[in-house]
Design a protein around this ligand. Structure first.
Ligand code: COA
Length: 538
């Protein structure tokens, strides 16, 4: 198959301007990631070390096989939220390799407010459990946490997707046969006590690890009893009397080694099921994606140029190329894995939606994972298109994407707006992983359109009550806060801080991140094919 053609010219001023813009964002991303990893209150770090504990980063380094990739999830979770210092929502987490076995790993950072759990910390824990469940990966947790962050207790405790759900899910992960190994590496207080309690196997560090439903401060407040953490829930209590502890470690280093041995004793990884051949690099440099990334929605992003810098050999077997041409569908390989690509090249029309629904059915039946590259302003609006049935045709695509059982991966490379987000496998449509480029924008609609809608609604109300339309100053009063909110809340940084995605990635790394995700999906069992109908041509 010939490589996709290209008309990219790195000497073109528009290319250079986009590349400079993207590089600025990438530098900001790297700086924010470094701060989220290392910027800590020195007093909290000193207190942590005084207790003889390793930092969360050091625990992780020793846990993971050297020179293996760590696919971090939620690296900038809670970025800029709360007081700005709850880095990573309090937990280092991702998919890493332990003794050759991929695992979902989380490690509380006790130097961030005693490792207490904020609302976004709960959300992150639930997301990690979803990744473990969907990809049948063992879950390894290094716990060191004061339980709920009490000032926000109403937001972390009672609702269906609050803290209680973490332990509910642990029971169900166990039912599914997903191994859960937990190391007690500090205090595991209240809710955090349930994490080891609900796990399959528990390692417990002598001296610093303790498990209890109420720690010494709460016992003191509730009953006046003075008791040390060690006497209340240390190794002596749980290894000898309660049986919560299965393996005793002398220190953090020993605990990490024990976890490695326990993971090593699990059944080995399964062979992959996704069609795979030796990988070939793209013909064109993935680094050139920096010069393609749009600076805003006014910049056109020729999506085949993006695909040509992500897929093996820059080869794409395109499906219905001339029908619904603003959506590109086709089969390609990424790091050797066969995938069905669905990628926006403009607004979604009825024909695009029908083409996508047809293509998803083919991929579903052929057990080909789907990769969505989102740059979607939404579905086309207006009388002609409503009469042409765009709602019904959009439904066909949304329905197919929602119910496809093959692994789905999504990368938002530009805009992600309106129902286009749904049809292109936004977070609510169950992609196994969802990543964002740093320039990406997300929202119900663009800011200008949202402000326009609100001004139009206000003018409608005024007309009904006989008042004149808003004047320019009044319009600005409506428009400005909408534009400001959208500027902030529509950015990739806000999205990632809220865990609407799994992380912001550098455009040049897109292919490698997708390759790692496909490897994970391939080694999980195929969820299976459930359709009772043949393929409908649409
Ligand atoms: N909610 C909110 N903040 C908490 C907290 C909680 N449950 N537990 C600790 N913190 C905060 C402290 O106020 C302190 O904040 P600061 O850095 O702004 O001063 C920070 O976390 C570290 O606490 P500190 O006690 O200084 O550190 P430590 O390493 O000696 O002990 C804990 C950490 C978590 C073991 C200890 O603070 C503790 O036992 N907390 C109470 C836990 C509890 O009873 N939780 C019940 C949850 S339902």
């Amino acid at each position: 198959m010939p490589a996709l053609p290209t008309s990219v010219d790195p000497a073109d001023p528009d290319f250079a301007a986009r590349a400079a813009h993207t590089r600025g964002l990438v530098q900001r991303l790297r700086a924010d990631l470094a701060a989220a990893k290392d910027e800590r209150n020195p007093k909290a770090v000193a207190r942590h070390r005084e207790q003889g504990k390793l930092l969360a980063t050091e625990r992780l380094e020793r846990l993971l096989d050297p020179e293996t990739p760590f696919l971090e999830v939620g690296a900038l979770a809670a970025h800029g939220q709360y007081d700005g210092g709850v880095h990573k929502a309090g937990t280092f987490a991702g998919i890493g390799v332990i003794g050759g076995r991929e695992c979902v790993i989380s490690a509380n950072d006790a130097t961030v407010k005693g490792g207490t759990i904020y609302p976004l910390g709960v959300k992150k824990a639930l997301r990690l459990q979803t990744i473990a469940a969907e990809n049948r990966l063992p879950l390894v947790q290094l716990v060191d946490s004061g339980g709920a962050f009490l000032p926000l207790q109403s937001e972390v405790f009672p609702d269906v997707d609050d803290g209680g759900r973490i332990f509910y899910n642990q029971a169900h992960l166990s039912r599914m046969g997903i191994p859960q190994i937990t190391a007690v590496m500090g205090l595991c207080t209240a809710g955090a006590a349930y994490i080891p309690a609900m796990s399959d196997e528990v390692v417990h560090v002598r001296g610093t690890g303790a498990v209890f439903l109420a720690g010494p401060p709460l016992v003191r407040a509730a009953t006046g009893e003075e008791v040390s953490a060690e006497a209340l829930g240390g190794v002596g209590v749980h290894a000898q009397r309660t049986g919560v502890t299965d393996h005793v470690a002398d220190d953090d280093d020993h605990a990490v080694q024990l976890v490695r041995e326990l993971v090593g004793a699990l059944p080995g990884p399964r062979p992959g099921w996704i069609d795979h051949v030796p990988a070939q690099p793209p013909v064109y440099d993935p680094g050139e994606l920096e010069g393609l990334a749009p600076r805003d929605m006014a910049d056109v992003l020729p999506i085949r140029e993006v695909i040509a810098r992500i897929v093996d050999g820059s080869e794409l077997l395109e499906f219905k190329r001339d029908y619904g041409p603003t959506l590109v569908c086709g089969t390609a390989r990424i790091h050797g894995y066969r995938v069905g690509l669905i990628a926006n090249d403009g607004v979604l029309f009825s024909e695009c939606a029908q083409k996508a629904a047809h293509f998803v059915q083919l991929c579903e039946k052929r057990r080909t994972p789907l990769v969505f590259l989102q740059n979607v302003p939404g579905f086309m609006v207006g009388r002609t298109f409503e009469e042409g049935g765009i709602t019904k045709h959009g439904h066909q695509m949304v329905n197919a994407v929602a119910t496809a059982t093959v692994p789905k991966l999504t990368v938002i490379v530009g805009g992600s707006f309106g129902a286009g987000n749904y049809a292109m496998c936004g977070r609510a449509y169950g992609p196994r992983f969802l990543w964002m480029w740093p320039n990406a924008r997300i929202g119900v609609m663009g800011a200008a359109q949202a402000a326009g809608v609100l001004i139009s609604v206000a003018n409608g109300q005024r007309e009904r009550s006989g008042a004149p339309p808003l004047d320019a100053a009044e319009e600005a009063f409506v428009r400005t806060p909408v534009l400001e909110a959208q500027e902030r809340e529509g950015s990739a940084w806000y999205s990632t801080s809220q865990l609407w995605d799994d992380g912001i990635i550098e455009p040049a790394r897109t292919r490698d991140v997708l390759g790692l995700c496909l490897g994970v999906c391939s080694r999980a069992p195929d969820p299976g094919f459930h359709s009772t109908f043949g393929t409908f041509r649409l």
